[in-house]
Write a protein that binds this ligand. Sequence first.
Ligand SMILES: NC(=O)c1ccc[n+]([C@@H]2O[C@H](COP(=O)([O-])OP(=O)(O)OC[C@H]3O[C@@H](n4cnc5c(N)ncnc54)[C@H](O)[C@@H]3O)[C@@H](O)[C@H]2O)c1
Length: 420
Amino acid sequence: MNVDLAVIGLGYVGLPLAHAAVHEGMNVLGFDVDEAVVRDLNAGRSPVDDLSDADIRRMRDAGFLATTSESDLDGSDVVAVCVPTPLTEDAGPDLGAVREAMTTVARCLRTGMLVVLESTTYPGTTDEVIRPLLEQTGLVAGRDFNLAFSPERIDPGNEVFGLRNTPKVVGGHTAACTDRAAAFYGRFVDTVVRARGTREAETAKLLENTYRHVNIALVNEMARFCHELDIDLWDVIRCAATKPFGFEPFYPGPGVGGHCIPIDPHYLSHKVRAKLGYPFRFVELAQEINATMPDYVARRAQNLLNDHDRAIKSATVLLLGVTYKPDVADQRESPAVAVARRLRALGATVLYHDPHVQTWGLGGDSVSRVDDLDTALQTADLTVVLQGHSDYDGETIAAKASQVLDTRGITPRSPTVEHI
Ligand SMILES: NC(=O)c1ccc[n+]([C@@H]2O[C@H](COP(=O)([O-])OP(=O)(O)OC[C@H]3O[C@@H](n4cnc5c(N)ncnc54)[C@H](O)[C@@H]3O)[C@@H](O)[C@H]2O)c1
């Protein structure tokens, strides 16, 4: 079969890419090592929030096939690798899945192929890790095949910006590699931005996420002293955000979650430290501040109960929203886990409510789910808003709950509501 695009890694990044290419009329194959993912996809079930089962069935009807069989990749014109890039136990980059996926690609590499890495990674990965691995075949990047890095900017749950209308950065190993990758993505992305090379494209992605990480840390640090000084930080941000230039609002919260913000800046700081021997101080400070937020939220909960003559030991605390961002089911790296652990360690009985999460545990230790939100709001000693899902009505929460600690600013301030 002639395959226009083979996508390796069929998750939050790989599937929307496959979907866009199928929509463009391309012949698309999906390869994943997880048999359950492949089985689900071929049965028309979506494993990600952004695509429905109906989307997957339409892709399948248009010829999309998921496979675990490496030999199916033979004859692919373009291969895009979208596998996870997590951290090792000592918080360094774990390129295990990328190496494994690229070893698979090497076995089917042929003259004229375009290979693109989309996984977020540290600068130099494409040139120093991927290229040598692929060139072991005897084929040379830029001469026999094209090699590029193009960072994924997918924002799960974002209904305004998707793959088509989010500019796509591409950086090739050579100018011709960039041209080839730009022409490929230009078929289904409105704007393609050419980076000078693979390193610039890799670093651009890390700059984007580090920028968020640092600015979230800035407001998280401000949240502490604004509380002490009796300044409403949410109002401060609302006012500052009216400046039509030079300011972008960021909001405090219970910590950072997801697969990007808590992880990607480590890739950059690790590279700076390993290669140059000195720290990337902004990143390290932001990590330190953001990592302390769950503990800060638990202490604020304890103080709030104390202010109302209630000891946290034996109090019932209801957590609202345990995913890492609003309106999705994705719980990866969600700070809600650390908040719940801390509250439990302080002796509280912890319950949760989340319209997107049916069961929730703290590493094997399950937390009771509340179905009847109204009753739970009335009976809990304290309600902590951890995620601002659009299903949550701040007015109702403030009216019904006996005490509220709101880490997302969705409730109106009142004598029974405190914002972090
Ligand atoms: N999720 C996002 O919103 C997002 C946004 C931008 C960038 N990224 C980056 O994109 C990359 C992929 O993230 P994701 O969220 O799609 O991950 P994911 O966990 O949703 O999906 C990754 C898929 O890759 C598969 N896989 C793992 N090793 C494999 C291998 N050797 N061969 C084939 N398949 C393999 C897994 O089984 C899984 O199905 C990461 O580097 C991430 O940082 C993610």
